[in-house]
Design a binder for this molecule. Structure first.
Ligand SMILES: [Zn+2]
Ligand SMILES: [Zn+2]
Length: 136
């Protein structure tokens, strides 16, 4: 695997990443839950300069993280699919939502972050490191 492609539900916005993932994780924080509409968010961290929007133009929404950094969520303005995120604490990274990746069969989370906020029904894999908050 030396990269992957992704697209939103309606197909208007498409992405291409020409790099191996830097990190793969699940985030159980309230913001991720609210933004994705799912019980937790699964993301693939990639180098910012290796992510290209190949079709359409995602809309974005900026908010502040609980650590005070500025986070930006990019989504399709027609169908609402969340595509990727940016955090000014890691300007050289983007976090692609696993659900929009065309073939994410290789996805293997290395960490469960904000495990302290997980829903009671979410079962964590004991093989995957769990962090109460965001490490670092
Ligand atoms: Zn769309
Ligand atoms: Zn989160």
């Amino acid at each position: 695997m030396t990269g992957f492609t992704a697209r939103c539900l309606c197909g208007a916005v498409q992405l291409s990443v020409e790099a191996e993932p830097l990190m793969m994780a699940n985030c159980h924080c309230d913001d991720c839950r609210r933004a994705t509409g799912a019980s937790f968010a699964s993301v693939v961290h990639v180098p910012a300069d290796k992510l290209t929007v190949t079709a359409g133009e995602p809309a974005s929404f900026e908010h502040e993280s609980d650590k005070g950094s500025k986070m930006k969520k990019f989504f399709c303005s027609s169908c609402g699919s969340q595509l990727f995120g940016a955090n000014d604490a890691w300007p050289d990274r983007r976090t692609v939502r696993v659900g929009v990746i065309d073939d994410a069969s290789w996805f293997k989370p290395r960490a469960n972050v904000y495990a302290s906020r997980k829903l009671p029904a979410t079962i964590l894999d004991p093989e995957v490191k769990a962090f109460d908050k965001m490490p670092g």
